[in-house]
Write a protein that binds this ligand. Structure first.
Ligand SMILES: [Zn+2]
Length: 122
């Protein structure tokens, strides 16, 4: 950068690099601002969801008489359903909705929808 006294020339290469770094720094700063705003929004939504969940749980506990055992049983059942819906039962890899619709795991080839058909009781 600057004047080269040996060749009596100006070297602008570092100036350009400096400008490029400044530009990248401004881009990262803008990106950081956007990410911080997103985190604040998500935090706000999470606090609201937590408040709603707590209020609903207190109502169910007080008005209907459900207790923590009922809650834990339901949470465990939901987790099981979610796990079945999104992971291959053979290799445990997360499956896309496309793979689930196709009925075959793209990682190990396991055929999904192997559930036994339950005879209807007529
Ligand atoms: Zn698999």
């Amino acid at each position: 950068m600057g004047f080269d006294p040996v060749n009596f020339t100006w070297d602008y290469s570092d100036d350009r690099e400096y400008g490029s770094l400044q530009k990248e720094s401004r881009r990262l700063s803008r990106q950081n601002t956007i990410l911080l705003k997103t985190v604040e929004e998500l935090n706000s939504k999470m606090e609201k969801l937590s408040l709603v969940t707590t209020a609903m749980w207190q109502l169910l506990n007080q008005k209907v008489g459900l207790d923590e055992t009922d809650l834990i049983q339901q949470m465990t059942a939901l987790q099981g359903k979610q796990h079945d819906a999104t992971h291959c039962p053979q290799c445990e890899m997360t499956l896309s909705s496309r793979a689930r619709n196709r009925g075959q795991c793209v990682f190990c080839g396991e055929h999904l929808h192997k559930k036994k058909k339950v005879k209807s009781q007529n």
